[in-house]
Design a protein around this ligand. Structure first.
Ligand code: ZN
Length: 684
């Protein structure tokens, strides 16, 4: 483990934050970020830090205060406002109490903040407050967990070697009791450099920020060395990374089995050589049945991963896993002494030997966090087994954290977007309408594969989405006239997200030419893109929906020309009519598997300056001439042409797609006009 302290970076941090927040808090931010940067120390909101000092109130009083990481912050990106300040003297007086329930503790913390709008301080705040030092650092370092998850004698020996002179605190759930026990352990020998919390993590402390940080890093480095030195040598098996089609097949089979139990989830797949090598080991099933590295991981990964071997019946495997979870629930629920709301027993992490870790979440972020934790856990368990034997906490302790009132309260508050857990693919997704539809779907909570033929346009769409939606959007470059490319686009989407729930074919090229002047090759090109391309997309989607078995939606972006064609527009109108008819036929063929197919007939969506409609750029001048107007007047011309005198936008189309995708009405094979009202083009 590397000490990342760097005077220049420190100065940048001090310059940025000290003027407003003071030097202490700026220092606190700096070393917190150093800790956060090491995933072997903390992962996704894990770990916390604090600093003590004086808070100056509005009246000018100087009050002893503690700034501690608030919930919802990650150490690697935390800023000064991620540290709510609390009344330190009051918190310390709480120590005199014999008991303090979690609810009481949360209330005491919340009512002793200096800023009413501050985030909730960490549940480990009292532990920080009861220690005397200005700077307290806490991590869930993998290396410490490898050493503490051993049979007691060996664990004692390893801890003494890696953490000489440190206090050792047996496992208790975070909260008041743990805070008191940790403080008592420390006070038995105030010269100790830090605390080892069994099955949980490490605390270091000092009045000097750098000393506390360095103590943490050096200790973890020693722990890594001890683990490395004592590990039994093993023969390394050689492994090969699985191909995309294999991963996609597995993803779809697993997603179908999970979804059949009520949850459509998003995939994050991991297959490094390390992961594959460990999963190729002889004791995978036994290792899977051991609990997580720290109980709070249960919230992201559930108590255990499921193991699935390719070729096995995925539904049967999920059912077995859920039955196992139900037994665990029944065994421990009685001990809670209060009514519980049972959580779903579906696995979030599935180990597939030869193929890697398949992690699942209701959102891409949840899936990624589950995957990160699963990867670290797998490696740590493997290292622990190389030292001795990975000995997990008893299941009751896991259960207590999974059903902790504080966690249950959070779950109750969590709101899900209408399309959470849904995977959408938009072909022509980088065009004016496709882009707007993609945006609407992202806003509604779906993850989106933006498919388009032009690499630059795909990249620019993804770049525009990523600041807000991050890994929820994925760009795929594919020419839909090439059936192999279409197949690969579906495979890529399944590898990235796990399957498909919604397909939006949104393609169309046009020619403004009279039939008698049409060139056969040019006409064939329009047929190729609009009709054959759409058929090829529908065909792959149908096959995928059938294998996945979760129903789904197709919303075809059609046109008013299907109902009211225009002269000199034969190539476009006839091929779009063919597409439209194909979609209607798909609605007949796919109803049995719960897939709805609907169409949106659109008119005159011009896009905007950054993303003008390619179709209108192509045919605009021609249409303008036909109507005897200037091309710049076209949008206004079409606005005045419809009943509602409204300009139709891509966002309007996006809302219509979301309407169908959310299954609000029992509708399939239908056409919804989004055209401002055109009597000639009203579907009949
Ligand atoms: Zn902790």
């Amino acid at each position: 483990m590397q000490n990342r302290w760097n005077d220049r970076d420190l100065k940048t941090c001090i310059d940025a934050f000290a003027p407003q927040w003071g030097e202490r808090l700026a220092l606190r931010v700096y070393t917190s970020r150093l800790l956060g940067r090491d995933p072997d120390l903390v992962l996704h909101g894990g770990g916390n830090t604090s600093v003590k000092g004086a808070f100056r109130t509005l009246l000018g009083d100087e009050v002893a205060a503690i700034w501690v990481k608030g919930s919802g912050s990650d150490l690697d990106s935390i800023g000064p406002d991620g540290f709510p300040a609390l009344d330190l003297s009051y918190l310390r007086r709480l120590r005199a109490r014999d008991t303090l329930s979690d609810e009481q503790m949360v209330n005491e913390l919340r009512t002793h903040l200096f800023d009413a709008a501050a985030p909730n301080p960490s549940v480990e705040t009292l532990l920080h407050a009861f220690l005397p030092h200005a700077f307290v650092d806490h991590t869930h370092a993998d290396a410490a967990l490898v050493l503490t998850h051993q049979a007691p004698d060996l664990a004692g020996e390893l801890i003494a070697e890696a953490f000489p002179g440190w206090g050792v605190v047996p496992y208790i759930m975070p909260g008041f009791k743990l805070a008191k026990l940790a403080a008592e352990t420390y006070e038995r020998d105030p010269s100790m450099p830090g605390l080892v919390l069994m099955h949980h993590g490490l605390f270091t402390f000092s009045d000097d920020a750098r000393a506390s940080y360095s103590c943490m890093v050096e200790a973890v480095d020693r722990a890594e060395r001890v683990a490395g030195k004592r590990a039994q040598a093993r023969t390394l098996v050689s492994v090969s990374l699985p191909g995309n089609e294999t991963i996609a097949d597995t993803a779809v089979a697993l997603r179908g089995a999970l979804g059949a139990m009520g949850r459509n989830m998003i995939l994050e797949h991991r297959a490094t050589e390390d992961v594959l090598r460990i999963l190729a080991g002889p004791n995978v099933d036994a290792m899977a049945r051991t609990g997580p590295l720290t109980p709070d991981h249960v919230l992201r990964t559930k108590p255990w991963p499921m193991v699935w071997n390719a070729g096995e019946d995925a539904t049967a495997a999920v059912l077995r896993h859920v039955a196992d979870y139900n037994t665990y629930y029944q065994e421990h629920a009685g001990g809670a002494g209060r009514p519980l709301e049972k959580l779903d027993g579906l696995p979030r992490v599935i180990w597939v030997p030869d193929q890697g870790i398949f992690a699942w979440g209701l959102s891409q972020e949840d899936a990624r966090m589950a995957a990160d934790i699963a990867e670290h856990t797998l490696k740590a368990k493997d290292s622990a087994n190389a030292l001795g034997r990975y000995v997990p906490l008893p299941e009751g302790d896991l259960f207590d954290v999974e059903y902790w009132t504080l966690e249950q309260a959070k779950l109750g508050k969590r709101k899900h977007a209408p399309l959470a857990g849904q995977i959408a693919m938009i072909t022509g997704g980088a065009g004016a309408i496709g882009f707007a539809v993609s945006k609407s779907l992202l806003e509604a909570g779906a993850v989106v594969a933006v498919v388009d033929a032009d690499r630059e346009r795909v990249q620019s769409a993804v770049n525009e989405f990523q600041p807000k939606w991050k890994e929820r959007v994925h760009g795929v470059v594919a020419d839909i006239t090439d059936p192999d490319a279409v197949k690969s686009a579906f495979t890529e989407t399944c590898v990235r997200f796990g399957g498909l729930d919604l397909l939006v074919p949104c393609v169309g090229i046009a020619l403004g030419i009279k039939i008698e002047d049409l060139d056969i090759a040019a006409f064939r090109r329009v047929v190729d893109v609009n009709l054959t391309g759409t058929m090829s997309i529908l065909r792959e989607a149908g096959r995928l929906f059938r294998r996945q078995g979760l129903g789904g939606n197709v919303v075809l972006i059609s046109t008013k020309n299907v109902f009211a064609p225009g002269a000199q527009f034969g190539a476009y109108s006839s091929t779009k009519a063919g597409e439209h008819q194909l979609a209607r036929i798909a609605s007949l063929e796919w109803a049995d598997m719960g897939v709805r197919v609907n169409m949106i007939s659109v008119d005159a969506v011009f896009g905007d300056e950054t993303r003008p409609s390619g179709l209108w750029q192509e045919i605009g001048p021609h249409r303008a001439r036909a109507h005897g107007i200037d091309p710049a007047e076209l949008p206004e011309f079409y606005r005045r042409r419809n009943l509602l005198k409204t300009r139709v936008t891509g966002e309007d189309v996006g809302r219509a797609v979301v309407f169908f995708a959310t299954n609000q009405t029992p509708t399939t094979g239908a056409t919804l006009p989004v055209d401002g009202g055109l009597p000639d083009a009203t579907p009949r």
